[in-house]
Design a protein around this ligand. Sequence first.
Ligand code: 5GP
Ligand code: ZN
Length: 134
Amino acid sequence: MFSCIFCRVVSGELPSYKLYEDDRVIAFLDIFPAVKGHILVVPKTHAENMFASDPEDIKATMKVVLDLAPKLEKALGADGINITINKGEAAGQSVFHTHVHILPRFKDDGKSLWGPMDSKPDLAELYEELKQNL
Ligand code: 5GP
Ligand code: ZN
């Protein structure tokens, strides 16, 4: 567990630009920001991803996200905010310790998170499949 980068940030073994901390949660600047003001909100207790975390940790983390995101938006004069969680390598997760990204967005920042699929699935068919399985 202690080779986990975010556990090392939590313990203070690795330095970070810490913006918030309480007994369950810490928030700090992302070291490779995708946009200006990109921050990470992280439950202190190690779990591989949000589904493996204690729901109380997720609750505490999201409370901090809800508090910090609008403050960050205002502080930087941003035009909007993305809040993202990447779960699994296929979704872009590279650090396997639960975390939430807060990304302030600026009208002309040139970032595009996603666009429509090249080939759209049959939505009626997909809907039936999902209704059976969710
Ligand atoms: P993921 O790709 O897992 O959703 O996000 C991991 C994030 O952690 C990336 O945006 C990456 O830049 C950031 N990151 C990786 N290592 C460090 C580190 O040592 N310190 C900080 N502050 N951020 C890190
Ligand atoms: Zn960890």
